[in-house]
Design a protein around this ligand. Structure first.
Ligand code: SAM
Length: 168
């Protein structure tokens, strides 16, 4: 309750609603998406649950998050890829996702958490997952704990998650 957090990929708003419930009226969720239709759908879900007051919806790439948010963020969620059923031209891209992850890590408070869900089952997602995994693997262990959570009995390059804990 009362924390500032970021949903870096608002999409249909499921994660934004989850975060808005966690931070409460005293907190703040900054939710980014490049698609106006995604933000409209997120806004509708928030209104239905009376959660709009603690959420700022930003139509901008998450790579610009430092323009909006200050240091001290407690959690950042990335659910990369594209919105099922929507236009795939809005799929997240390796270069901008990596830029956003770097910005996000500098905005995180000590003990802050970042989750990243990756989708290597499509061509762009595979490049993105490899780029991000390579980069986070090299983070100094004194500063960040980097964990991976993945299926080990599923075919066709299933999605997987990375969790980063900022230790200092
Ligand atoms: C897998 S969906 C997110 C799902 C969402 N978290 C939910 O709960 O429904 C990925 C989203 O990332 C958005 N996206 C693509 N490029 C982006 C960027 N540079 N910055 C922010 N969002 C972006 C897409 O428009 C899409 O809505």
């Amino acid at each position: 309750m009362g924390d500032t957090v970021i949903d870096a990929t608002a999409g249909n708003g499921h994660d934004t609603v989850f975060l808005a419930q966690l931070v409460g009226r005293q907190g703040r969720v900054w939710a980014f998406d490049v698609q106006s239709s995604a933000l409209a759908s997120t806004q509708e879900k928030l209104q239905q649950q009376d959660l709009s007051a603690q959420v700022s919806l930003i139509q901008s790439g998450h790579e610009c998050m430092e323009k909006y948010c200050q240091h001290g963020v407690k959690a950042i969620m990335f659910n990369l890829g594209y919105l099922p059923g929507a236009d795939k031209q809005y799929t997240t891209q390796a270069a901008t996702s990596l830029q956003a992850i770097k910005s996000g890590l500098s905005l995180l408070a000590k003990n802050g958490l970042m989750s990243i869900v990756l989708y290597p089952g499509h061509a762009q997602g595979k490049i993105e997952a490899q780029t991000i995994e390579n980069w986070v693997s090299s983070l100094p262990q004194q500063e960040f704990a980097v964990l991976q959570y993945r299926f080990i009995n599923r075919v066709n390059d299933p999605p997987y998650a990375l969790l980063l804990h900022k230790r200092v």
